[in-house]
Design a protein around this ligand. Structure first.
Ligand SMILES: NC(=O)c1ccc[n+]([C@@H]2O[C@H](COP(=O)([O-])OP(=O)(O)OC[C@H]3O[C@@H](n4cnc5c(N)ncnc54)[C@H](O)[C@@H]3O)[C@@H](O)[C@H]2O)c1
Length: 226
């Protein structure tokens, strides 16, 4: 379902910000402005957060506040943002990782595999990273981020929305008797509830010990099912 992934990634982001005690609007950078990145941007802006940077394959656009609707309108089907009509006062950076240089509280990785690596993780300026793309951070990057006190929510927790909504439809768990809008809301609630709980539990495990918290969470979920 369109936007279900971005919805879940947005829920993971606000849950992680809350877990860190972040209060008030967060400054957000979104790397990748495709289906996932645009949905996350809308989700977070609608909840009062401020998008200060977005990146597509051609570089990074930043400002104190980027107008999400205008950026979405300037973006083509491949997630490329047309630069010519952008509002005045935005900064354009062509460097491959320039999204790392924008001062922010939250970074959403919604472009490609291994955007964050052992080589560039030291440049992180935010306290929270959420993976919208699969394997958006390498294993070494995750270790470095944890060592630097950064909260990182992996894609396997945050970006389940699309896969989950397809599975819910195929297995006919979705209440098909509902009207389209209500059905969409039902699926979004289902995704949001799981992502929120999994994020809270993952971060609780991470706070209690060193190392990757994911295996312990997955083991706990398997035990719950027995
Ligand atoms: N769409 C989904 O429901 C879904 C679900 C789970 C995971 N994912 C994964 O999330 C990622 C994004 O998915 P999508 O559907 O939004 O893709 P998309 O193709 O619609 O958009 C990708 C975006 O990333 C940008 N991009 C590509 N390479 C980049 C780079 N090196 N630096 C900066 N920006 C770059 C593109 O310009 C575009 O804006 C993909 O890796 C995809 O496999 C998607």
């Amino acid at each position: 379902m369109i936007d279900a992934t971005g919805h879940g990634v947005g829920v993971a982001a606000v849950t992680a910000l809350e877990a860190r005690g972040h209060q008030g609007p967060a400054r957000v950078v979104i790397q990748g402005f495709g289906a996932v990145g645009r949905a996350v941007a809308r989700f977070l802006e609608a909840r009062g957060h401020v998008v200060v940077g977005v990146a597509d394959v051609e570089g990074t656009i930043s400002a104190d506040r980027l107008p999400v609707a205008a950026l979405v309108a300037a973006t083509d089907e491949f997630g490329r943002i047309e630069r010519s009509g952008l509002p005045q006062g935005v900064t354009l950076s062509a460097g491959a990782d320039a999204w790392l240089d924008v001062d922010a509280d939250l970074l959403v990785l919604a472009a490609q595999k291994h955007a964050l690596t052992a080589e560039n993780t030291h440049r992180l300026r935010c306290g929270v990273v959420v993976e919208g793309a699969n394997l958006a951070s390498s294993g070494a990057a995750k270790e470095k981020a944890a060592g630097a006190g950064v909260t990182l929510v992996p894609g396997v927790i945050a970006n389940i929305g699309g896969a989950a909504s397809a599975a819910l439809a195929v297995t006919r768990v979705v209440p098909f008797g509902l009207a389209a809008d209500a059905r969409k809301a039902w699926v979004f609630d289902w995704v949001g509830d799981r992502v929120r709980q999994n994020t809270v539990d993952l971060l609780e495990i991470a706070a209690g010990r060193a190392g990757d918290p994911l295996p312990e969470l997955l083991a706990a979920r398997r035990a719950d099912r027995r």
